[in-house]
Ligand binder design. Structure first.
Ligand SMILES: Cc1ncc(C[n+]2csc(CCOP(=O)(O)OP(=O)(O)O)c2C)c(N)n1
Length: 618
């Protein structure tokens, strides 16, 4: 039988399908999501939860004239399927294919490309973000027509946390509200069709009357200037369509509280909501409905969490803070071991940092585990509340470098630039698992703020020492001596720097390799010792070039009056698309071949002229 889904090339086609056939479309979309994401990976649970809601939105509204802003937009796959991207859906999160989030350049139907939470009001977890309340605060003054859909599935990636999660549960379970909800439903049922739309407008007063009777669990939204309606079943298509049609003709900002089930229609996902929020390729078999087991080597995140357990065992002042990412940062391994030292503050990075600074003033040693990309949110708290106060806060920056399939919203390619300029802050970059453990241990003993950057996924597989050791801050590690070239491989790029050295040596040029370890303070003494006599200095970083590690080296050499040429390898001044890290690095010249090609002319010139770089300058 032909699929209804195959007849949909634009939202106009959704409107042609009779309401009674839409559940079939919903089933086809679920099947498509489950089968495609089995291969590509992606945000399965969130999308399975919003199938009916997204169909109903497109049945009622007209994008791009009407704008849909999804928060975080990881649940916009269904929207992509209904807005002319069905035939490319199997390329999602693949190099050159569809992005896993909304992307303004991908379609006119994507009004905003949000990958960070709190950008719009939508998921229940967005209500843990400060900026959500900042937006709410302005709605009554500035917004005329706005429909906020609160997609309440009780989950962030982990279980949602804090007072607002409890508040939403209270609304859903309040028996008084149940009555109100039924009266509202009847009202909406009556006001469908063309005449109904006119009546609906007139009914505003009646709605408001209903909303203001007796105890109103929806008070918080109403006080902020949003009429509250709900909670309604987010999987009941006819009722969703009627309700959205009603909302469309309501002339004031409105909040529609919709209850959905994450991972709906996929039992393994329902049983493991955290895991199926976002999965990697080949995690499950869509035909058999079972998990495909793959032995997983230890990730940097796991090493971080295991080391945190050791540090908290050693020192009673150690606390760990996450912003709704216990799974991603692996702190869910720490939580059961030290429940009283574990804090999940919700998707509230600014607060996480401020909270850490407060704890530090009371003698605690907070480790804030926040991805490099999400720490951008907390820049002022880092400057004003941690570094200016010179407090003992540790930033464990996971996903420093490429974030692969997630793309530009999630790559951690800016943190060296945005942190290097802040006084008092130390910035370390781990090149293997054991070094990460040592850096965390060193941070425990360091006075003042310190940021430790480590990559997504697995390290090179270096075994951990039974007990971590102190690393001298501001001291680089000389991995290999050499005289004509010096390759500085920061963090994840240290193995590549070693390869570059091997290639250059094979061509007859003696090359030193340095593991810089500390971006700030930079070990200018060691670097300049090698740079002074060399023909070329090579800096390699998984970071943008402007303001990055290579820039720090250039600044230091210039301050010392050294003019040895510097070849800087890193990302250009651009947002980097999604793709596999190896392929992206290659594309942007972060490869052994490209580096050797750039460095060779300096070495060959010196050989042919017989003059060293220092002599040429003189
Ligand atoms: C600023 C920021 N911090 C953390 C994240 C990581 N993150 C992605 S989705 C998500 C949970 C979203 O929950 P919700 O909005 O309720 O949507 P659901 O997936 O439950 O549908 C989190 C914490 C993020 N995207 N942005």
């Amino acid at each position: 039988m032909a699929r209804l889904l195959d007849s949909i090339n634009s939202p106009a086609d959704v409107k042609k399908i009779p309401v009674e056939e839409l559940p079939q479309l919903a089933q086809e979309i679920r099947d498509e999501l489950i089968s495609v994401l089995a291969k590509t990976g992606g945000h399965l649970g969130p999308n399975l939860g919003v199938v009916e809601l997204t169909i109903a939105l497109h049945a009622v509204f007209d994008t791009p004239t009407d704008s849909f802003v999804f928060d975080v937009s990881h649940q916009a796959y269904v929207h992509k399927l209904l807005t002319g991207r069905r035939d490319r859906f199997n390329t999602i999160r693949q190099a050159g294919g569809l992005n896993g989030f909304m992307l303004r350049t991908e379609s006119e139907h994507d009004s905003f490309g949000a990958g960070h939470a709190g950008t719009a009001l939508c998921g229940d977890a967005a209500f843990t973000c400060g900026i959500t309340y900042e937006a709410l605060n302005n709605i009554s003054t500035h917004a005329k027509r706005l429909i906020v859909i609160l997609n309440d599935n009780e989950w962030s990636i982990d279980k949602n946390v804090g007072a607002i999660a409890k508040y939403l549960t209270d609304i859903v379970t309040n028996p008084r509200y149940e009555n109100l909800h039924r009266s509202m439903e009847k009202l909406v049922q009556r006001f469908t069709g063309e005449t109904g739309k006119q009546l609906a407008l007139k009914a505003e007063g009646a709605v408001k009357g209903l909303l203001s009777t007796g105890h109103r669990p929806s008070l918080i939204f109403e006080e902020m200037g949003l009429s509250y309606y709900g909670p309604i079943d987010g999987h009941d298509l006819p009722n969703l369509i009627k309700t959205l049609d009603f909302a469309k003709h309501y002339s004031q900002p409105l909040l529609l509280h919709v209850l959905t089930k994450k991972s709906k229609g996929f039992d393994i996902g329902i049983a493991q909501q955290k895991k199926y929020h976002g999965v990697g390729p080949n995690t499950y078999d869509p035909e058999k409905g079972i998990e495909t087991s793959t032995p997983a080597p230890k990730t940097y995140s796991q090493v971080f969490a295991e080391t945190m357990v050791k540090l908290a065992d050693m020192n009673s002042k150690v606390v760990a803070i996450t912003g709704a990412m216990p799974n991603g940062t692996a702190l869910d391994l720490f939580r059961p071991k030290h429940p009283d030292k574990y804090f999940d503050v919700g998707i509230a990075e600014e607060h996480a940092v401020l909270f850490a600074s407060g704890m530090a003033t009371k003698g605690y040693k907070p480790f804030c585990a926040i991805y490099s990309t999400f720490l951008q949110r907390a820049f002022d708290q880092i400057v004003h509340d941690v570094c200016l106060q010179n407090l003992n806060v540790v930033f464990a920056m996971d996903r420093g470098g490429l974030s692969g399939d997630d793309g530009p919203t999630h790559h951690g390619l800016f943190d060296i630039s945005y942190l290097r300029c802040i006084p008092n802050l130390v910035h370390l970059d781990a090149s293997n698992e054991d070094e990460l453990a040592d850096m965390l241990f060193t941070a425990l003993h360091h006075d003042g703020p310190i940021a430790i950057r480590y990559p997504r996924g697995n390290g090179p597989g270096v075994a951990l020492k039974p007990k971590p050791a102190l690393i001298p801050i501001g001291k680089a590690e000389v991995v290999k001596h050499g005289t004509q070239a010096v390759a500085l491989g920061l963090g994840a790029l240290l193995p590549m720097a070693l390869e570059v050295a091997k290639e250059l040596e094979a061509k007859g040029f003696s090359t030193a390799v340095i593991n810089p370890r500390s971006v700030k303070p930079l070990d200018g003494d060691t670097i300049s010792f090698f740079a002074r006599g060399a023909e070329v200095v090579i800096t390699m970083e998984d970071h943008v070039l402007p303001g990055g590690f290579g820039s720090a080296v250039l600044e230091d050499l210039a301050n010392r009056g050294l003019q040895t040429p510097v070849v800087r390898i890193g990302y250009p001044d651009a947002f980097i698309e999604h793709g596999k890290p190896d392929a992206l690095r290659k594309k942007y010249g972060i490869s052994v071949e490209a580096t050797v090609e750039k460095a060779l002319p300096y070495l060959q010139k010196a050989k042919s002229t017989g003059k060293t770089a220092a002599q040429v300058v003189a």
